[in-house]
Design a protein around this ligand. Structure first.
Ligand code: F6P
Length: 275
């Protein structure tokens, strides 16, 4: 039987398991033997590879995270690390690899391709920072942020407060933008646009002048120092302001319908492309 391996890499995203499941089941259906690489590129370098069966991926389509586990590997960034990774695959007589991850992980797959391993990348990251496609996990993460915004809005309006909600996204504003728009935020700060604090404060003050009790400001991580923003808002609007950093809750949870379907289609298609 020809062999292929699958790994998940970088920040986990809801739906990765559904993609792994689709890869394994499609490979078996085509008469290929699937192998799982555990702990991403770090595990690949260590040769942490195991055969997978149809039952290995039973009961995971609804689970967040990744049963293959993930990592961010410093060693894989070096040519020597990548060479070790290739050697590990060769020891298992594997020449075909499916990488499920974000833009850094897919760049890694490209490096392996240059070393003679046939690779297909499946975009999976809450950051949605892979061009020309939707990433697995993004939809679920946006809905998680939306749920938080809805809850915060209840308490914000009860107390007449401004809330700054920081969301993840690495250097990409997709998550903040989607959640902010769909959540009806008053302002959204993303790395792709210059930050105009004066305009933001003016908008909050205009809202207050119109009788608006509260404001929601969604900020993509690292765009602006949150404490400084809070201080400015308190001083210049006279309204109480609180900060919420949503953090890793955005990465977990059961994948929604959109991510399960996307993952299933992409996992299946990745196998067919490899073949
Ligand atoms: O790439 C996904 C992501 O969640 C980013 O949004 C965030 O910047 C980063 O991972 C956090 O990584 P870690 O969990 O390694 O701290």
């Amino acid at each position: 039987m020809p062999r292929l391996a699958v790994l998940t890499s970088g920040g986990d995203a809801s739906g990765m398991n559904a993609a792994v499941r689709a890869v394994v089941r499609s490979a078996l259906w085509h008469g290929w033997q699937p192998f799982g690489v555990y702990q991403g590129y770090a595990g690949l370098i260590e040769g942490n590879i195991n055969e997978l069966h149809a039952r290995s991926v039973a009961d995971i389509i609804q689970r967040g995270g990744t049963i293959l586990q993930s990592s961010r590997s410093e060693e894989f960034m070096s040519p020597a690390g990548r060479e070790k990774a290739v050697q590990a695959l060769r020891r298992y007589e594997i020449e075909h690899l499916i990488v499920i991850g974000g833009n850094g992980s897919l760049a890694g797959a490209w490096e392996l391709e240059r070393l003679g391993i046939y690779c297909i990348g499946i975009p999976a990251t809450i950051d949605n920072d892979v061009a020309h496609t939707r990433s697995i996990g993004f939809d679920t993460a946006v809905n998680t942020v939306l749920d938080a915004i809805n809850r915060v809005r209840d308490t914000a309006s009860s107390h007449g407060r401004t809330f700054i909600i920081e969301v993840m996204g690495h250097s990409c504003g997709e998550l903040a933008l989607a959640a902010g728009l769909a959540g009806g935020a008053e302002s959204i700060l993303i790395p792709e646009c210059p930050v105009d604090i004066e305009a933001l404060i003016t908008r909050v003050n205009q809202g207050i002048a119109r009788g608006k009790a509260h404001s929601i400001i969604v900020v993509a991580e690292t765009v602006y120092p949150l404490d400084k923003l809070r201080q400015l808002l308190v001083e210049r609007t006279g309204h109480d302001c609180r900060i919420i950093v949503l953090g890793h809750v955005q990465r977990g949870g059961t994948p929604g319908m959109a991510d399960r379907l996307l993952a299933t289609h992409m996992g299946h298609h990745a196998v067919e492309l490899l073949i």
